[in-house]
Design a protein around this ligand. Structure first.
Ligand code: F0G
Length: 475
C-alpha cells in the first residue's frame, strides 16, 4: 500500500494552483481543496514527459479484451493513463462508468436537430445512479492513498449517495454527509440512509451545508470529497473520454451539460484541453452549460455581467458584487431541479476557464422547460432526473437561437437516473390537478404538454377492457 509522501514519488503527478500569477505546487500526497498561498482552486497536473502517453485514443479499446480485470472494466480506470495520479493497483472501483451513449431521434426532433445529430450520454447508469461515481472513484482513491478513515461531503443528494456507496461497498472509510433541510429528493436521501452513511441534516440549503462541511472537515481532519477536491474532477474527465469512444473517437460539435456546482463543466474543459495538448484530438468541441432559471448564478455572471477567465486574471469583483446583491435581497436559489439548486458554485473559476478553453457559453432553462424536456427524454429512452434535462432544454433554446446548427453533432449529458426524483415526475404526469399544483404550481409550471396520465377505472373487467380499447384507439 502506497501512502503519504510515497505517492508523489510513485507518480509523475502534482497539484498546482490554477492562478498563473501564483502557480504554487503541492505534492499529490497532500489533501487540499485550495491553494495555501492565494486561496484559489487547485488542479492535478502531470509531467507528461515522464509518462507513457497513448499514441491514439483508439488504443483504449484494447482494454475491453481484459475486462475481467476490475480496473479494465471500470469506465474510469480504463483510462488510467490520462489520470495517473495513483498506481493502478491502488485505484478504487465499484464498477463505475459502464454508461451508454445513445442516439435519440425523438429528442432530436423535439430540440430541432436533424436525425442522428443528437446523442444522450446516460450517466444515470452508474452504480449510485449519477455521474458522481466517476469522480468519487478518483477522490476515494486519493483519500485511501493519503490514509483517510473518514470522508465527508455536502450534497444536493447525488454526491452523498455516491460517497455512501463507495463507503458501504469497499468498507475503506466512513461517510459523513451534510444535506440541507427539505432540499433533497427522497430517492437520494434513501440511498445515503440505506448505505449506512452518517447523515447530518442542517437547517439551511446546499450552500449552507457546503460552507459548514468545509469548516468541519478542516477541524476534524475529515477528507472532503466535494468537487473542490481536484482529484474528483480527474475522474469526471473520463465521461468525455467515453463520449468520444461512443462516437468512434470523432469529436462532436457541442457538449451540453447542466451546471450546478460546476464540477462537470470544469472537468470536461480540462479533459479536452489536455487531449488537445497531447495531440490526441484535432479540435476541442464547444461547451454549453445550462443553469436552471431559479439557480442561474453562472448565466448571470457570464452572459449578463461579462465574467471571463481572461487567461487566468478574471475580474472576480463581478462575482463578489453579485453575491453581495444576492444576500442583500435575500435571494436564494429555487428550482424543481434540486440537484442544481445552488447559489455560489464552488468551481466558478475553473468553469470560466473551461468556457475559454472550449469557446463555451451559458444559458438558463425554466422549470417548465426542464420538465417538458425531461418528459421527452423519458418518452424516447431511459429517462433522467430533472436537473439532467436542463441540458436538453438548453439545446432546444440554442437551436432556436441559431447558435447550434441543425446539422451539428450534439451530446447532452444526462447526469442522473430517472428514479432519483419520482416526486417531480409523478406530479408532471398526474391526472390529479391538486397534486400537480402542490408540487409544480408554486414553481411556475403551468402545463404538462407531454403528460402520460394514468387511466383510473373501477375494479370491473368490462370497464378495464373498455379503457384499454379506448386508449388503444386514441393512441
Ligand atoms: N446533475 C445532477 C444530477 C447533479 O446531481 C448535479 C450536482 C449536477 C447536475 C450539477 O453538476 O455540480 O458538476 O455542475 N449535484 C451535486 C450534489 C451538487 O451534491 O450531488 P456540477
Amino acid at each position: 500500500m502506497i501512502q503519504g509522501a510515497n505517492l508523489s514519488a510513485a507518480t509523475a503527478a502534482f497539484q498546482r494552483c490554477i492562478s498563473p500569477d501564483c502557480g504554487a505546487t503541492y505534492g499529490v500526497d497532500e489533501a487540499r481543496v485550495a491553494c495555501q498561498r492565494c486561496g484559489n482552486l487547485l488542479d492535478v497536473e502531470y509531467d507528461w514527459n515522464r509518462l507513457p502517453v497513448p499514441r491514439s485514443l483508439a488504443e483504449f479499446e484494447r482494454k475491453w479484451a481484459g475486462r475481467d480485470d476490475p480496473h479494465s472494466f471500470s469506465g474510469v480506470w480504463r483510462f488510467h493513463e490520462l489520470l495517473p495520479f495513483a498506481p493502478l493497483p491502488q485505484c478504487v472501483t465499484v464498477g463505475e462508468g459502464q454508461t451508454l451513449l445513445h442516439p435519440s431521434e425523438g429528442v432530436a426532433r423535439y430540440v430541432g436537430l436533424a436525425p442522428g445529430r443528437l446523442h444522450l450520454q446516460y450517466e444515470g447508469l452508474n452504480p449510485s445512479g449519477s455521474f458522481k461515481d466517476n469522480g468519487m472513484s478518483a477522490a476515494f482513491t486519493h483519500a485511501r492513498c493519503v490514509g483517510a478513515t473518514r470522508a465527508a461531503c455536502a450534497s444536493t443528494g447525488n454526491t452523498s449517495a455516491s460517497l455512501a456507496i463507495y463507503c458501504s461497498v469497499t468498507r475503506l472509510m466512513k461517510a459523513v454527509i451534510f444535506i440541507g433541510s427539505g432540499k433533497i429528493s427522497y430517492g437520494k436521501l434513501s440511498q445515503a440512509l440505506d448505505y449506512g452513511a452518517l447523515t447530518v441534516q442542517i437547517q439551511g440549503d446546499f450552500d449552507d451545508a457546503m460552507a459548514r462541511v468545509q469548516e468541519v472537515s478542516k477541524q476534524l481532519g475529515i477528507y472532503l470529497v466535494n468537487s473542490v477536491n481536484p482529484f474528483r474532477l480527474e475522474g469526471q474527465k473520463t465521461i468525455m473520454y467515453r463520449v468520444l469512444e461512443g462516437l468512434g473517437w470523432e469529436v462532436p460539435d457541442w457538449i451540453v451539460v447542466p451546471g450546478g456546482n460546476l464540477g462537470n463543466s470544469s472537468a470536461f474543459g480540462k479533459a479536452f484541453h489536455e487531449l488537445h495538448k497531447l495531440g490526441l484530438i484535432p479540435r476541442i468541441p464547444r461547451l454549453a452549460i445550462i443553469n436552471a432559471a431559479g439557480a442561474n448564478t453562472l448565466n448571470e455572471l457570464v452572459e449578463k455581467r461579462g465574467l471571463r477567465w481572461n487567461d487566468g486574471r478574471p475580474n472576480m469583483e463581478i462575482a463578489s458584487g453579485y453575491y453581495q446583491q444576492m444576500d442583500a435581497q435575500r435571494r436564494r436559489a429555487s428550482t424543481i431541479a434540486s440537484a442544481i439548486e445552488i447559489n455560489r458554485p464552488v468551481n466558478l473559476t475553473k468553469c470560466i476557464r473551461a468556457i475559454q478553453w472550449c469557446n463555451g457559453l451559458v444559458r438558463e432553462a425554466t422549470d417548465q422547460e426542464i420538465l417538458d424536456a425531461k418528459a421527452q427524454v423519458g418518452a424516447g429512452g431511459l429517462g433522467c432526473e430533472p436537473a439532467s434535462a436542463a441540458s436538453v432544454a438548453g439545446v432546444k433554446k440554442l437551436v432556436a437561437e441559431g447558435v447550434i446548427g441543425r446539422d451539428q453533432q450534439v451530446v447532452c449529458i444526462l447526469t442522473g437516473h430517472q428514479l432519483k426524483d419520482p416526486t417531480a415526475t409523478v406530479a408532471y404526469h398526474s391526472a390529479d390537478p391538486q397534486q400537480f399544483q402542490e408540487v409544480l404550481g408554486s414553481r411556475g409550471v403551468r402545463s404538462a404538454a407531454f403528460a402520460n396520465r394514468a387511466v383510473a377505472v373501477p375494479n370491473d373487467l368490462d370497464a378495464i377492457i373498455g379503457a384499454i380499447q379506448t386508449a388503444r384507439d386514441e393512441g
